[in-house]
Design a protein around this ligand. Structure first.
Ligand SMILES: C[S@@+](CC[C@H](N)C(=O)[O-])C[C@H]1O[C@@H](n2cnc3c(N)ncnc32)[C@H](O)[C@@H]1O
Length: 185
């Protein structure tokens, strides 16, 4: 599996409004995210999904967005500030091998991991961190780009998630993506 990290400048393309025509963030996220939730988004990039997560959790909810590239996070914050959502979003800079989210232990109610896992050096460590941060019953929507990740590699990543303490509850259809909905056991 390739572990090349998405360059920061590609973040502009990934956050482009044109992408909404194929991957509408509201349609992707609304079935799983409720007002007041605490949500984890590893690898938000410049926030294509983050702004919608912040809208869905509402003023009483919180989105924790963790990325290894500060440039992605500063652009995300600027975009969120422009639409009045910054106070619902906490950003954190991670290292490639560890997110450093032990203080979230058992608090997360939903996690979005979109187009990330093929970039992390150790998927097992990544899913173990998400499992540790998640409440029992919390959802994890895990998706990978079909162009970059083969079906076989996606299934291997999924097995890793299941071993970390998640169970498979669905296979949502998302344009040009492999996707799985998991639940923390
Ligand atoms: C392909 S982009 C996807 C961005 C966003 N999820 C989206 O779908 O638009 C991958 C993102 O993962 C981040 N990333 C790569 N490795 C990471 C890691 N180990 N922990 C957190 N973020 C990481 C990159 O900096 C980049 O912002």
């Amino acid at each position: 599996m390739t572990q090349r990290v998405c360059p920061w400048w590609l973040g502009y393309l990934l956050a482009s409004p044109l992408r909404q025509l194929m991957q509408d963030p509201r349609k992707v996220l609304a079935p799983y995210v409720r007002e007041g939730m605490t949500v984890l988004e590893p690898a938000p990039g410049m926030g294509f999904f983050t702004l919608e997560l912040a809208r869905l959790v509402g003023p009483t909810g919180r989105v924790v967005a963790v990325d290894i590239q500060p440039r992605m996070l500063s652009r995300l914050k600027a975009r969120a500030a422009r639409v009045g959502l910054l106070d619902r979003i906490e950003t954190r800079v991670a290292t490639p091998t560890i997110m450093g989210i032990t203080n979230l232990s058992g608090t997360i109610e939903f996690t979005l991991a979109f187009a990330l896992v093929h970039e992390v050096p150790a998927a097992g460590t990544f899913f173990a961190e998400v499992a540790m941060a998640s409440k029992p019953g919390a959802g994890l929507l895990f998706a990978e780009p079909a162009g970059h990740v083969t079906t076989a590699n996606f299934e291997t990543e999924l097995e890793t998630a299941l071993h970390a303490g998640f169970e498979l509850v669905g296979r949502p259809a998302i344009h040009h993506s492999h996707a799985a909905l998991l639940m923390r056991t």
